[in-house]
Design a protein around this ligand. Structure first.
Ligand code: SF4
Length: 356
């Protein structure tokens, strides 16, 4: 499907996809060849939280389905602004933990470097929505130099995570300059990239990119599939290319109401990831971010979901359900045993006690 009239050549090229992104309500109405419902309230949302979606990701959405789980992740919703008073702009207090601009140091052995503010798609559940309206900062070179200097003087840091925004919005040369700069620090042992491009812009994973990334191993890549419909042939191919280049790919989903909060959907997602050799790593409880509250579930619902999944999925397909908390507490596993599980454990314990 190509309702945006972009050529096949543009479609297959990641820059063509970026160039043809839908960023306005008119553009969306044009792509779907129909007027949008309640455009005025959506226009109001866009004043705070802009819209950007690649033609590729848009093509996976069913415009006739008002509850489409991919649409919920990328298209504006009036509740982003109507519930905004209740959320926090920066619930993890990341801004308070930047020893130099754009470098977050929360845990002693690793730092997170925000190397861009751009993303291919603006995910409505993003916990860094506060940056969307800010202008892209110029001068990556000088910001990078300050970040690298900080890491050089912090010998306890053994891992650097490139994040943003999405680091793969940089072209290969710029990305390589960033990787090389951190790799040059003798005590940095591991590099990691957080990117959603395999999911929303799989064309970004090219042979040239993989050849370049290969040179910076051990390099780990974390992505974010949230729904089985995102595991397309293109996405699977992108992940396979990374894996063939020796880059392990792990997945960090966010638990989102109306997207993946049912056992059936989550089971299909986890099994689908296992089939394409992407390791389900974390399932994040959605943070109380301003503009995302309508997508949150309760922790109780998340725990009930995990309990169902534990019955149906092998350990290899099970992510760890965590809440990211401010400060050093970090990612706290959410574990709670239901009465059934407690009884099962007790029976197990009794069995061993009887053997004594
Ligand atoms: S790709 Fe990541 S940083 Fe960018 S909008 Fe989505 S969740 Fe936020």
């Amino acid at each position: 499907m190509n309702r945006l009239n972009i050529s096949r050549r543009e479609w297959e090229n990641w820059r063509g996809q970026i160039h043809a992104r839908v960023t306005t309500l008119n553009g969306l109405a044009q792509a779907w060849q129909r007027p949008l419902a309640a455009p005025d309230s959506l226009r109001f949302v866009l004043k705070s939280y802009p819209l950007a979606v690649t033609p590729y990701y848009l093509s996976l959405i069913d415009p006739d389905d008002e509850a489409d789980p991919l649409a919920r992740q990328c298209l504006p919703d009036a509740r982003e602004v109507s519930l905004a008073h209740a959320g926090l702009a920066d619930p993890l207090d990341e801004d308070g933990r930047m020893p130099v601009p754009n470098l977050i140091h929360r845990y002693s052995d690793r730092v997170l470097a925000m190397v861009t503010r751009s993303c291919a798609v603006y995910c409505r559940h993003c916990n860094r929505k506060r940056f969307w309206k800010m202008r892209q900062e110029a001068g990556l070179q000088s910001r990078l130099a300050a970040m690298v200097r900080y890491v050089q003087n912090a010998p306890q840091v053994r891992e650097v995570i490139l994040s943003g925004g999405d680091p793969l919005m940089h072209d290969d040369d710029r990305l390589e300059a960033v990787l090389a700069a951190f790799k040059s620090v003798p005590h940095v042992e591991v590099l990691r990239i957080g990117t959603r491009t395999p999911v929303v812009l799989p064309m970004r994973i090219t042979k040239d990119l993989c050849r370049m990334l290969r040179r910076y191993r051990p390099l780990w890549l974390n992505t974010q599939f949230n729904h089985p419909a995102e595991i397309t042939k293109d996405a699977a191919r992108a992940c396979a290319m990374l894996l063939e280049a020796g880059i392990p790919v792990s997945n960090q989903s966010v638990l989102l109401q109306g997207v993946n909060d049912s056992p059936d959907v989550m089971r299909r997602l986890l099994h689908g990831l296992q089939k394409i050799a992407v390791r389900p790593y974390y399932l994040f409880h959605c943070e109380p971010v301003r503009g995302c509250l309508h997508l949150r579930t309760s922790v109780a619902a998340g725990l009930a979901l995990m309990e169902e999944l534990r019955r149906d999925c092998s350990g290899l397909a099970l992510p760890q359900y965590v809440a990211d908390l401010p400060g050093e507490a970090g990612k706290v596993p959410l574990l709670c045993l239901s009465e059934t599980l407690k009884n099962d454990l007790q029976k197990h314990q009794d069995f061993f006690d009887n053997l004594k």
